[in-house]
Design a protein around this ligand. Structure first.
Ligand code: SAM
Length: 330
């Protein structure tokens, strides 16, 4: 049992500015062809809770596979942590993976600084609570996008030591290939030689397996997707009939990605007053809400190499088909 010694500080976003950004993004992305909504907006408090439920489903194996790899390889991942070392997790969700890693591999009293970056204030609060029992940790919770969180972290005073960035849960899969490269290069620019990145990536597998993971028989993933419309109603004063949409997941083999869409089940007009959106949809029209690109292990190491990271170890769950790669900044 560890005693509660972590100090937690929070860097929140201004709620009015966050709502304005949400409205601006909704207006912009719904006017694109194809119509889209960015997947980061899934994660309000209900969306984060629904994602946690997805992680419990037998068909979504990413979380269990990655947790097992983290527990098994924690000492190799964390190495000899010393005071001044920093751990930065981008999109930690409920923080369970980081807690598992630290419980299995963090020597006591190391004085490590932990930065959690997540757009979901609810997820950050759960993660910070779950991690506050670790001794001698200083936790800084950044309610921010990955990019602005990384900028905030890089402005914090650094007392030496190494930085390990964790980007788990196949969050990288939500970026299209060009965006993944520019995102990882941007991350690289905030780091120093010797710093490291731990990247979790889901791998290609049979279509049937993938579709069950993104369109489960219990309808939890459907609820997760449809919650985005509820968020438009609640935060941007829309009055969308959720029964007028259905969830769809499909495997785009050519692009190696699972896509999630919201499909209009009738002809309808969508008004989103705070985003100045007036949209007419026919039956069958779609809104693209998420891409989850699937990789092969070698593609992950090649991607990292193109972005200035040299892979040091890669651990693969060959059954669930999931890869965890640790890479060092060259
Ligand atoms: C798919 S969940 C993964 C959570 C956790 N890493 C795991 O593996 O279980 C993605 C997490 O990243 C956050 N997130 C998604 N897009 C984000 C973005 N662009 N910037 C910051 N956080 C984001 C979400 O709020 C959520 O907590």
């Amino acid at each position: 049992m560890r005693t509660a010694h972590a100090r937690v500080s929070v860097r929140s976003t201004d709620p009015a500015a966050a709502t304005q950004e949400f409205a601006d993004d909704v207006r912009y992305y719904l006017s694109q062809t194809p119509r889209q909504l960015p997947s980061r907006y899934f994660y309000d408090a209900l969306g984060s809770a629904l994602f946690d439920a997805i992680c419990q489903l037998p068909w979504y194996r990413v979380t269990r596979a990655e947790l097992a790899l983290l527990a098994k390889h924690a000492p190799a991942i964390l190495g000899k942590s010393t005071a001044g070392d920093r751990l930065v997790e981008l999109g930690p969700g409920n923080g369970e993976k980081l807690a598992t890693l630290l419980a299995a591999g963090l020597p006591a009293k190391t004085g490590v600084e932990l930065h959690l970056v997540d757009v979901s204030g609810a997820a950050l609060a759960t993660a910070a609570r779950g991690l506050s029992g670790f001794e001698s940790l200083r936790i800084v919770a950044h309610e921010a996008t990955y990019e602005s969180g990384l900028r905030q972290v890089s402005k914090e005073a650094r007392v030496g030591g190494r930085t390990l960035v964790l980007f788990l849960g196949s969050n990288i899969g939500n970026f299209d290939p060009d965006a993944a490269i520019s995102f990882l290069r941007g991350m690289r620019a905030t780091l120093r030689a010797g710093d490291r990145l731990l990247l979790g990536a889901d791998l290609r597998k049979p279509e049937e397996t993938l579709l069950l993971a993104y369109d489960d028989p219990l309808g939890v993933t459907a609820a997760f997707n449809l919650n985005l419309l509820l968020r438009l109603n609640r935060e941007l004063d829309a009055s969308i009939d959720l029964n007028g949409f259905r969830h769809e997941a499909l495997w785009n083999k050519k692009e190696s990605r699972v896509e999630m869409h919201l499909v209009s089940t009738k002809a309808q007009r969508i008004l989103i007053p705070r985003a100045s959106v007036d949209l007419t949809l026919r039956e069958g029209d779609r809104i693209w809400t998420e891409s989850s690109y699937k990789y092969e292990p070698m593609e992950v190491t090649r991607l990292l190499a193109r972005c200035g990271f040299s892979a040091r170890s890669q651990w693969v769950d060959t059954d669930a088909r999931f890869a965890l790669t640790i890479a060092e900044v060259e």
